[in-house]
Design a protein around this ligand. Structure first.
Ligand code: SF4
Length: 483
């Protein structure tokens, strides 16, 4: 749909709303509106203590109007935030009659729904108002509003324990045994790019050493480590051992709360690699079925079976006392509501401490991006959430993504006190995350999560290897950048 702005410059706010509500259409900014053309016209102005926006949508010969008036006190940031809110809300109200269903996340476009709840509580809102805060402010469905509040409370619990010089550490291994067809991560299939693995690890070891010296000079304390990817267990047991040893040598991990290793693909999980994890103090391992149905797995290019998942899970359990996470995806091609529910039940039957239920998001880089999109109803996912709650799991972090099926969300569940500290910190931007390896994005955050500075490493392994000098140089200056 074309859009035209009058009296304001909040292009991103309008684009985000259009993308969120009409994800399958192209959206183009125009300066003139032709008669009879489908267009959204967003016009805003300020009153003494409020931002006001009126949006008119012309679509299919009909006309719809949305108005929003957002009060603010003071000026500067608050005034700017009020304008953005009014522009989004007016666009949402004008577009709502064009949709065939009410979006479960209402007018929220952000990817971190728990964060505004936490900020509102930190700015003085009573905790008793948190469960329905998003419902009142963004017309979010009440059950999702409550879920976001629960995650916000979890993040506030974590925040209280974070020291002033604490950072979380991410280490990326962007290699996998083969590429899943839905995947949009930078992940290199080792059957084609295996020759890059050793040179990649050489640069990574150098970067780890440089970052370790920089952080210890700056007095930083590492609170958690997440080795992700890709699939880090694509490394051999020897390579994995050397990597974990390098982390211990470079950083003081004596106060580290958890070390996670993603072992996403069952074909990469072997007793010797899990023994390395146990010996090196890894506390959390992720084993990811995605689905427990072999035909669905084959259809997305994962050439393992549900039985392989069960046997990999047993290998992990036999090696040590890990917290085990298992990822599932709702909305995979070839799956349906019963198949998804069955996958959730069979996964929960294994009794992992954590289960993460994603909804498919086909972004740029995914081989399935241009294929037919399945429809994912919120009720199918809600049924799975309820089943997990019935089995003693509670939601502890959540996030949304662009192009996510059904406009839904990804939710991390845990039993008891097994929530992943790293996941909460990273998702809720509670403190600085130092990211090492190709594609790593270090985010220096203040404690409010409003002020964030980013420094990115080269995205692809080959670039990362070629830019070795710059990568190591940047790591040497991390201390200055993050504090
Ligand atoms: S295992 Fe994960 S990172 Fe690797 S290709 Fe599949 S989805 Fe992508």
């Amino acid at each position: 749909m074309n859009y035209c702005l009058k009296g304001h410059d909040r292009v991103t706010a309008v684009q985000e709303m259009l993308l969120s509500l009409l994800p399958d259409e192209e959206h183009t900014g125009v300066t003139r509106c032709e008669p009879g053309q489908d267009v959204l016209i967003s016009e805003a102005y300020f009153e003494p203590e409020a931002a006001v926006c009126r949006t008119v949508v012309h679509r299919g010969g009909a006309q719809y109007t949305g108005v929003s008036r957002e009060p603010f006190a003071g000026s500067g940031d608050r005034q700017g935030r009020a304008l953005t809110h009014a522009v989004k809300e007016a666009a949402y109200r004008a577009l709502l009659p064009c949709l065939d269903h009410r979006p479960v996340w209402g007018s929220m476009t952000g990817v971190k729904p728990a964060k505004p709840v936490r900020m509102a509580v930190q700015e003085g809102m009573g905790a008793e108002q948190a469960p329905l805060f998003l419902h009142r402010r963004y017309e979010v469905e009440p059950r999702r509003s409550r879920m976001a509040a629960q995650c916000a409370m979890e993040s506030m619990k974590c925040l209280q324990t974070i020291g002033s010089k604490e950072v979380q550490l991410y280490v990326g291994i962007p290699f996998c045994p083969a590429k899943c067809r839905y995947c949009s991560f930078v992940s290199n299939d080792v059957t084609r790019f295996g020759h890059l693995l050793e040179p990649y690890l050489e640069v990574l070891h150098e970067e780890i050493a440089a970052a370790g010296s920089a952080l210890s000079e700056a007095g930083a304390v590492v609170g958690s480590v997440y080795v992700g990817g890709g699939t880090p267990t694509t490394l051999s047991a020897r390579q994995l051992d050397a990597l974990l040893q390098a982390l211990y040598e470079a950083f003081d991990l004596s106060a580290c709360r958890e070390i996670t290793v993603e072992a996403g693909r069952p074909e990469t999980i072997t007793p010797d690699k899990m023994a390395v994890c146990a010996q090196r103090g890894v506390s959390r391992v992720s084993v990811n079925p995605q689905s427990m149905h072999d035909d669905v797995l084959r259809g997305v290019g994962r050439f393992h079976t549900a039985a392989d998942i069960v046997s990999a899970y047993e290998t992990v359990r036999a090696a040590g006392r890990f917290i085990v996470n298992m990822d599932l995806i709702a909305g995979l091609p070839g799956d349906d509501s019963e198949g998804l529910f069955d996958s959730v039940c069979r996964t929960a039957d294994l009794q992992p401490e954590n289960i993460t239920l994603h909804c498919l998001a086909l972004k740029k880089g995914s081989a399935l991006r241009f294929g037919p999109r399945g429809v994912l109803e919120s009720g199918e996912v809600d049924r799975c959430h309820e089943e997990l709650a019935r089995r003693g799991y509670r939601s502890y972090y959540l996030y949304r993504q662009k192009y996510i099926a059904g406009g839904l969300e990804n939710v991390g569940f845990c039993r008891g006190e097994t929530a992943s500290f790293y996941n909460v910190c990273m998702m809720e931007e509670l403190c600085t995350v130092v990211a090492l390896g190709g594609g790593g994005v270090t985010k220096a955050c203040d404690r409010t999560g409003r002020q964030i500075r980013r420094v990115s490493n080269p995205k692809y392994p080959l670039e990362y290897i070629r830019e070795r000098g710059r990568v190591v140089q940047r790591a040497r200056h991390l201390g200055k950048m993050i504090f």
